[in-house]
Structure formats: structure tokens, C-alpha cells
Design a protein. Structure first.
Length: 355
């Protein structure tokens, strides 16, 4: 694809990503798309949500590799989240990782069959069922990038399998902060290092510590969002929630849920300074869409914690902003590192004040 055609497609996809209704995915349309690359970009906003816009703002080559890597990572998450047992999840994770070798990836394990999937679960299952379409885009990548994606999948599958063993041994709960942080690093930390490797030569090794702290900040946003949903499926990331596994988080349990959510948010927000340190260390060129992607990701993270601060009975943060407003606020960062720095400092100060 030419740079011009990708630029035109990028603009169209960014507009579509802003307007997409993630609560009501177009299942029939997503199921009918035959062109592999069109499918990847069409399902990305539903599978990646806030990450999708940031991926689209990366340089063309990096955007395509990041999209494929993220969708494979999402497939691993689907095995982990929706399998009917810990053992089934581990078998599926290992099977998915083992399908990579020389040439075309092999068959993936069957998709999980949860009893009552919601719309978000259903779109993730659809993605997994159409893994071979994503494989076609994977095969168009350079050998070097295929190897990057393969390492990401295999390392994530191993980390998720280890976490699954801990969950099972401890009755469905991660019972201390270090276990939670280790889990975050396995789920988002490895993709963060993968993204660093795409953008910076040897960057992932030198700045790994900050990249992993950023991953903790972002994955804890997902964890604090899904506390009630995870409880219902018998999973918790805070020891106080263990007696309430299987509940819906309402009634008297809501008080415990709010306290646990507040603790997890505080743990996350303490890591907020790592984001700006990482962006400074990357040393992007003066004109860089990747800087816009980074600022936008930080604003999405702030937006999340702002939305959940009230139900966590924590100090109220910003009111959630519209995606269009956040994009407009991020755009000057493309040519102004000072603008990006100003936004990141403001977000740091607001979040740390609340924590």
C-alpha cells in the first residue's frame, strides 16, 4: 500500500474510530469482511478500544505491525478471560503460542464457549474465530516483524499461563500487590516493550523499567473497570474481594468493591510519572504522530480514572471528555514537544493530587 493510500485510509479510520459504537458492534459486517487488512482495521476499534486510535497514529509500518500484534494479544486475553476453567485456559494459551514456526501459523485452539457473553466478549470471540484472516496480514509483514510478533505472543502466553496457575492455587484471587503488578507486566508490559522495540532501536532494554510501570498504570485501568464483571466470573485482584467471588458486586458487597477499587487506583496512579519519563527517553523527532499517540493514550488513561473515581469513593477527578475533544487537544503535540510535556505534567499533577 502506498504512503498516500495509507494516509487517506488513516484519516478515514480515525474518523470511524471516533464515531464507532463500541457497545453495539456491527457483528454481521465484521463477519462478512473478506479483505484481511480491511478486517484488521475494522475490528481494531472494537478489540482495542482506546488503543486503536494511538495505533493508527503510529508510522505506517509500525501501525500495521502493532495492529496485528495487539489483535493476537487480544486473542490470548480471550482465552484467558472466557475459558471455562484455568486448565482449559492454559491448554489454549499454549496451543495458540505453539502454532507459530516457520511459514504459515498453524490452527488455533477452539474459541471458548462462555454461557452468557456480553457484546464486548462476543466481538472478542468473533476476532478469535477469524484468526486466519489476521494471519494473512501477519504473513505480509517482514520476517523481522513476524519474529517480533511471534516473540510477543509466546512470551505473553507463558506469562498468562503462569498467572493462571497462581489464580487457581489461590482460589481465583491475586492476594498481594506484587502479584497484581506482575500480572500487569505480563498482560500489557510485554506489548509495551514490543511497541518500544518498534519505535526505538534498542529502546526496550534501556527504558524497560519505565515501560513496565506504564503498563501497570494502563492495565490497572482495565482491572478497576472490570471489578464487578471479574467477580461474577470468579476472579479478583484484591484479597478483600475473595469472600465475594461469584457475586455481582451490588448491595453490601459494593462497599468492599469501592474500597478495593480505590486501593487499586491508588497503586496505579503512583506510577503516572513513568509515562512522561518514557516519552522523553524515546527522543522522537520534532514532527511526530507517535507523540500525539502517546499524549492521547495518557488522556484516555486519565479519562478512565476520572470516570471511576466517584464509584471508588475517591477524590473526584476530571469529568470524562469526548474522544473528539481529546484528539483535538492532542494534535499540537505532533509538532510541539513542549505542548505534549505541558499536558502530561498537568495529568500527573491532577492524578497524584487525587491519589
Amino acid at each position: 500500500m502506498s504512503h498516500l493510500s495509507f494516509l487517506i485510509r488513516r484519516i478515514r479510520l480515525l474518523v470511524r474510530g471516533v464515531l464507532v459504537d463500541r457497545d453495539h458492534p456491527p457483528f454481521a459486517h465484521l463477519s462478512s469482511i473478506e479483505d484481511p487488512e480491511e478486517f484488521v482495521w475494522a475490528i481494531l476499534p472494537h478489540a482495542a478500544r482506546s488503543f486503536s486510535v494511538s495505533i493508527l497514529l503510529l508510522p505506517e509500518k509500525s501501525a500495521r505491525v502493532a495492529a496485528v500484534g495487539y489483535l493476537y494479544a487480544r486473542m490470548l486475553d480471550t482465552y484467558e478471560d472466557l475459558s471455562l476453567s484455568w486448565a482449559e485456559a492454559r491448554t489454549s494459551l499454549a496451543g495458540f503460542a505453539d502454532r507459530y514456526g516457520a511459514g504459515r501459523p498453524g490452527a488455533a485452539p477452539p474459541a471458548p464457549t462462555p454461557a452468557d457473553p456480553d457484546a464486548r466478549d462476543r466481538v472478542h470471540l468473533l476476532l478469535l474465530e477469524r484468526y486466519q484472516v489476521v494471519d494473512e496480514v501477519f504473513l505480509e509483514l517482514s520476517i523481522e516483524d513476524q519474529q517480533r510478533v511471534t516473540r510477543l505472543v509466546q512470551d505473553m502466553a507463558s506469562a498468562m499461563s503462569d498467572a493462571s496457575t497462581i489464580f487457581e492455587r489461590q482460589g481465583g484471587v491475586l492476594d498481594n500487590q506484587q502479584q497484581v503488578l506482575d500480572y500487569c507486566r505480563g498482560v500489557i508490559g510485554l506489548p509495551a516493550l514490543f511497541a518500544m522495540d518498534l519505535l526505538v532501536d534498542n529502546g526496550s532494554g534501556e527504558h524497560a523499567s519505565d515501560a513496565l510501570e506504564v503498563s501497570e498504570l494502563i492495565q490497572l485501568a482495565n482491572i478497576t473497570r472490570d471489578v464487578e464483571k471479574d467477580l461474577q466470573r470468579g476472579v479478583a485482584y484484591h484479597p478483600a474481594l475473595k469472600p465475594h467471588l461469584g457475586s455481582d458486586g451490588d448491595g453490601e458487597v459494593a462497599v468492599v468493591v469501592a474500597s478495593a477499587r480505590r486501593d487499586l487506583m491508588s497503586l496505579a496512579i503512583k506510577r503516572v510519572r513513568s509515562f512522561r519519563r518514557l516519552l522523553e527517553a524515546v527522543d522522537l523527532p520534532r514532527l511526530s504522530a507517535a507523540r500525539v499517540a502517546a499524549v492521547l493514550m495518557m488522556l484516555f488513561t486519565e479519562r478512565h480514572y476520572g470516570a471511576y473515581s466517584e464509584i471508588a469513593e475517591a477524590p473526584r477527578l476530571i469529568r470524562p471528555r469526548r474522544v473528539t475533544m481529546m484528539m483535538l487537544k492532542s494534535l499540537p503535540a505532533a509538532f510541539s514537544p513542549r505542548w505534549a510535556d505541558r499536558i502530561l505534567i498537568r495529568v500527573e499533577e491532577d492524578l497524584l493530587a487525587a491519589a
